[in-house]
Design a protein around this ligand. Structure first.
Ligand code: PEP
Ligand code: MN
Length: 337
């Protein structure tokens, strides 16, 4: 449940409510909005049954929160969250483009890509060093060596860098090299991994599971936030449906639904959603028009020889063209780019 205080509620009245909540062994989550303060209660709220909070000083109303996720819930935190990743800010007034290869393949491939995506206008470099591949015989990633190249690319270009982590060992290595951890679709409900990523305090990019409902996705984000790490960015990357024309089906409705239910920023990944290069641009445009805070776009110096996801990767000229076409659309949507 949340306790909505009256506009201009006194500090002592707010503290009084916090004391009652904490006195019952529950956690009070404070959201200081422009107009009102909202106090969210996390824990077994039946412990507050004998408290008449409705009539406490400066309390406006008590609203039950029926959803199982609380900290990710917009009712707990009505203002949109703004998340800093290196020099980039996600969820603010700027459209964010994360781009780069599916997998870090070599130092030269990554550095060349970093410079090219920066020139196109992207603010964050993505690249996988630990690749969750469908086949155990497919390229699995350069692991720590790949992370070192990510760090070098970040130092050379000033871009923020994000890398997927698939195990505790990967998290322990990645924290030394990257600005943001990515939890991939296949690990969205790996609750142990979510908690460990949460404990690092680094921003986490949480991709939607292949067959996850929006409710399950938000509950997964709750695992990270519950570790004291509110820096979560959601990424819609397509879901499994009966359709086979595209690799997955992009659920564009996830953008307005997330904006309605949560304060967390959401970006869209049309590369993994479609698996087809020529569909990336139309769906990227669609995502921005739907209100996404950013995009994840795979790009490669030579997609024909990419070790993974070549068919969906854009060439650098294609990325530049996409960014150029996004500019007027971003401006219509009130985003700088
Ligand atoms: C990726 O971003 O490279 C990736 C593997 O994505 P997903 O987890 O969405 O499949
Ligand atoms: Mn990929």
């Amino acid at each position: 449940m949340i306790i909505v205080m009256k506009p201009g509620a006194k500090k002592e009245s707010i503290q009084n409510i916090i004391n009652i909540i904490e006195g019952k062994g529950l956690t009070a989550h404070i959201s200081d909005g422009k107009e009102v303060t909202i106090i969210g209660v996390v824990g077994d709220k039946t412990r507050l049954q004998d408290q008449n909070l409705e009539i406490a000083e400066d309390v406006d109303k008590i609203v039950p929160v029926t959803e199982s996720y609380k900290l990710a819930n917009k009712k707990f935190h009505p203002e949109p969250s703004v998340i800093k990743v290196g020099n980039a800010v996600i969820g603010g007034d700027e459209l964010i483009i994360m781009s780069g290869p599916c997998a870090v393949e070599s130092r030269s491939q990554l550095l060349e890509t970093a410079h090219a995506i920066k020139k196109a206008g992207a603010q964050i470099l993505r690249g996988g060093a630990y690749k969750p591949r469908t086949s155990p015989y497919a390229f699995q990633g350069l692991e720590e060596e790949g992370l070192k190249f990510m760090k070098e690319a970040r130092e050379e270009t000033g871009l923020a860098v994000v890398c997927e982590v698939t195990s505790l060992a990967a998290i322990e290595a990645a924290v030394n090299y990257v600005d943001m951890l990515q939890i991939g679709a296949r690990n969205m409900q790996n609750f142990y991994l979510l908690k460990e990523a949460g404990k690092t305090g680094l921003p986490v990019l949480l991709k939607r599971g292949l067959s996850a409902t929006i409710d399950e996705w938000l509950n997964a984000s709750e695992y990270i936030i519950a570790e004291g790490n509110p820096n979560v960015v959601l990424c819609e990357r397509g879901i499994r449906t009966f359709e086979t024309a595209t690799r997955n089906t992009l659920d564009i409705s996830a953008v307005p639904v997330i904006k309605d239910k949560s304060h967390l920023p959401i970006i869209v990944d049309p590369s993994h959603a479609t698996g087809v290069r020529k569909y990336v641009k139309p769906l990227a445009m669609c995502a921005v028009a739907a209100g996404a805070d950013g995009l994840m776009i795979e790009a490669h110096p030579n997609p024909a020889i990419a070790l993974s996801d070549g068919p969906q990767s854009l060439t650098f000229p294609q990325l530049e063209e996409l960014c150029a076409e996004l500019r007027p659309l971003a401006s219509i949507m009130g985003k700088k780019f």
